[in-house]
Design a protein around this ligand. Structure first.
Ligand code: ADP
Ligand code: ZN
Ligand code: ZN
Length: 743
């Protein structure tokens, strides 16, 4: 009997996005099954090329005489579960794109390059000595040495490659300074196991009643063989992480494995240590700072059964555990769970699909569940588990809203209200900590009035208009346009403009109010350097500063028992981003920010400064009343036909030639109209929010329909149309289903 393999060729080209059939030579037969990577001859020239085996069959699909033989197994070929390939196929269909793109997302590819040893350079002199030495180099005009030393004085410890390439310093200079004991070159081992040195300790926390009930519910379902999806809805500090760990312990005791997804930004030392403290070296982590090789190593360890738990961001979902029992998605509402590259999948959906295939259950956790998840819990698609109280009956913080219009009227032009300033003073005296949170999301674009808080909105869409260069305001949902006004249309004030106040400005202001206060700032600028993010957090955690000022980075899941005051400086910021999730994000950010206060022995207070004290997202966040928010938000979603009531698919056209993008979008819009699908709504085509990036133009069509499957099959038709017409090569056309941000 002759067997054939259906193979996907490893070339990213849409025309090749189909399977090719090859004959399996007898000697290879026992080694070929789905997931194996092989080398095959391809094309007229029969050049050797890599492919993935998708299927083995005894039925030839072509003229047997024309079917070529597989040449060999690819070197370092990894057998991945057929399951993951099936998952890739599911992703391709549900999110669009090519099979190759889907496979590359799902399958860990071994990097050909050998793992490089990491080297770095460290200054051995004290600052004073170094400055003296620097003066010497300057006198002698030793430019390279001067440059290097200057940099070392500033940073102390620099990556070797940066020194060579960015500072343009030769290795002989480095050697010379090393010889004089001015610096040392450190050779860092690349750990195969990033957490090798840790052993688990005794675990002593006893779950409270709510936590135990949640665990019991899940375990009872499991013993009955029901693989369900759960939504663990627990206020901040209610002990969700303990519930996760207990569930993991159960799963592991049955010989299965667990994947824990945590947003990268919350993947701190603190969080990881809690898992390591309980499970020791059976845990591994993935993060984006690891090299592809290091990540691959973790996948290999998972496959070899060396670990039971992997913690990481979105991509950890594809860890090839053979006997997966549980997938946890913490902070499931986070938008970072949505991929921004094709296939634009949502980790939540893919987790559920993988869970289905593997017979694993999925636990989604959040203090502020996404509207989608809560909607599904309401429909019984997910089973809801609730933790109503904070651990140890710590009260939720008291929250004050400050109307910024009143502040201005009272003559306070500062971005810090009188109330907040007063409470900060109080905390400094009591030696308790404060966090100031600046909501910067949506900073770009929207235009507001400094006197009354009015924001210019689209008359048709209930989203803010975005300011474009030539002083035009544009709606990114319907294409509506108007000229930017000179005066506020509501109060006539001329103080109408884009709002800008950076964290740095706020830090200066705080220092001028409280010269004795020790401040730390965490934003894009202060965290660019490797490890600085962790440094700032641990310094604050250790009480080395009184006030931490930051962007949304600081609100994610961190546990600082010393913090008793949280100030939200401009709560409205995220409310006017041009997309339908804006109120949801505002509510989430405020609730999460408030959740940072009063996690220790003293109760917390929160000050929310806003122009919209009456907006439901602010009122309900103030009361920490998720369900009230949910009810109000759902009214809006239903009215506007937004997810989760309707599903949305954005079709994105990008091209270096503006006209080509516009024409392709118009053409596809006609095809969509021609399909006459009942219940389908189409918005656009229109220029995307950022209509041009690096001279690439972007057009968007939004499609809405109550049935997801209907949008998926429309996508299939459109993809086929594009492929057949074959004359839109200048334009790249991709899909984004249920987009979580404006496009
Ligand atoms: P969440 O993930 O819901 O924000 P955590 O799991 O981080 O909450 O718990 C908050 C704090 O309470 C942590 O310091 C945790 O160790 C502690 N904690 C959680 N559950 C218990 C418990 N049953 N008994 C004592 N302390 C607990
Ligand atoms: Zn509009
Ligand atoms: Zn105004």
């Amino acid at each position: 009997m002759t067997y054939y393999a259906n193979i996907i060729i490893d070339i990213s080209h849409e025309k090749l996005d189909k399977t090719f059939q090859y004959r399996i030579p007898e000697e290879l037969f026992s080694k070929i099954f789905p997931g194996v990577q092989v080398i095959v001859p391809f094309g007229n020239g029969n050049r050797s090329i890599r492919g993935f085996v998708i299927e083995v069959t005894d039925r030839p699909e072509y003229d047997v005489g024309k079917i070529k033989d597989i040449l060999s197994l690819a070197e370092e070929s990894v057998v991945i579960e057929g399951q993951l390939i099936a998952l890739a196929a599911w992703m391709r269909r549900n999110y669009g794109g090519t099979m190759n793109q889907a496979l590359k997302t799902v399958i860990p590819i071994k990097q050909k390059a050998k793992l490089k040893e990491k080297r770095s350079i460290e200054l051995l002199l004290s600052k004073e000595e170094a400055i003296e030495q620097l003066a010497l180099y300057q006198k002698k005009h030793n430019r390279a040495r001067e440059r290097l030393l200057k940099e070392l004085i500033e940073y102390n410890h620099i990556d070797y490659d940066i020194v060579i390439h960015k500072l343009n310093i030769s290795s002989s200079v480095i050697k010379a300074l090393e010889g004089q004991n001015i610096l040392s070159v450190r050779h860092e081992q690349v750990y195969r196991n990033p957490v090798e040195h840790l052993k688990s300790k005794d675990y002593r926390i006893v779950l409270n009643e709510d936590q135990q009930r949640a665990v019991d519910t899940v375990m009872e379902d499991q013993s009955r063989g029901n693989a369900l999806t759960y939504l663990l809805f627990g206020v901040t500090g209610s002990g969700k992480t303990e519930v996760y760990m207990e569930l993991i312990a159960h799963v592991i005791s049955r010989g299965k494995q667990a994947i824990v997804l945590i947003p990268e930004i919350a993947l701190t030392y603190q969080t990881v240590m809690r898992f390591l403290g309980r499970f020791g070296e059976r845990v591994s982590i993935l993060n984006s700072r690891m090299s592809a090789g290091e990540r691959y190593d973790q996948f290999l360890r998972a496959k070899n059964g060396e670990i039971d738990i992997i913690i990481g961001p979105r991509s950890a979902l594809f860890t090839p555990f053979a006997n997966l029992g549980l997938i946890i998605i913490d902070e499931e509402h986070e938008s970072s769970y949505k991929s921004e590259t094709v296939p634009r999948y949502h980790a939540r959906e893919v987790a559920i699909q993988r869970g289905k295939m593997a017979g694993a259950f999925v636990v989604l956790g959040s203090a502020t569940p996404s509207i989608e998840s809560f909607y599904r819990a309401g429909k019984g698609i997910y089973r809801l588990l609730t933790l109503k109280q904070r651990v140890a009956e710590r009260p939720l913080p008291t929250c004050y809203t400050i109307d910024l219009r009143e502040e201005l009227k009272a003559g306070n032009r500062s971005v810090i209200s009188r109330k907040l300033r007063e409470l900060m003073e109080d905390r400094l005296q009591k030696k308790q900590q404060t966090m100031l949170f600046l909501n910067r999301r949506g900073l770009s674009g929207f235009v507001s009035c400094r006197a009354c808080g009015e924001v210019i909105k689209c008359p048709h869409c209930d989203v803010s208009l975005s300011l474009h260069r030539n002083n035009k305001l544009i709606c990114h949902y319907c294409g509506y346009e108007e000229a930017a006004p000179k005066n506020c249309p509501k109060c006539g004030s001329k103080y109408i403009s884009g709002f800008k106040a950076g964290t740095q400005k706020i830090e200066e202001l705080v220092q001028s109010y409280f010269p004795q206060a020790r401040t730390l700032r965490m934003d894009f600028d202060t965290t660019r350097k490797k490890g600085s993010y962790e440094q700032i957090l641990s310094a604050f955690s250790a009480g080395e500063a009184d006030i931490l000022i930051g962007t949304q980075m600081i609100v994610k899941g961190h546990d600082f028992p010393g913090v008793t005051l949280v100030g939200v400086l401009a709560a409205d910021m995220s409310m006017y981003v041009s997309d339908y999730c804006a109120s949801e994000r505002t509510f989430q950010l405020l609730t999460q920010a408030a959740g940072r206060a009063g996690r220790g022995d003293f109760p917390g207070e929160v000050v929310v400064q806003t122009y919209n004290p009456d907006h439901y997202s602010i009122v309900t966040a103030k009361e920490q009343d998720y369900e009230a928010f949910y009810q109000k938000e759902m009214v809006y979603r239903k009215l506007m036909h937004y997810p989760p009531v309707y599903h949305m698919a954005a079709m994105i056209f990008t091209s270096g030639a503006e006209q080509a993008a516009v024409m392709a979008a118009k053409r596809l819009a006609r095809v969509i109209e021609g399909a006459k699908i009942t219940g389908l709504q189409m918005v656009g085509p229109a220029g995307a929010i950022v209509a041009k990036v690096n001279d690439i133009y972007r057009q968007v069509i939004y499609l809405k329909h109550p049935e997801y499957e209907c949008l998926v099959s429309l996508k299939d038709r459109l993809e086929l149309f594009i492929k057949e017409k074959n004359d839109m090569k200048q334009v790249s056309i991709t899909f984004d289903f249920d987009p979580v941000r404006g496009l």
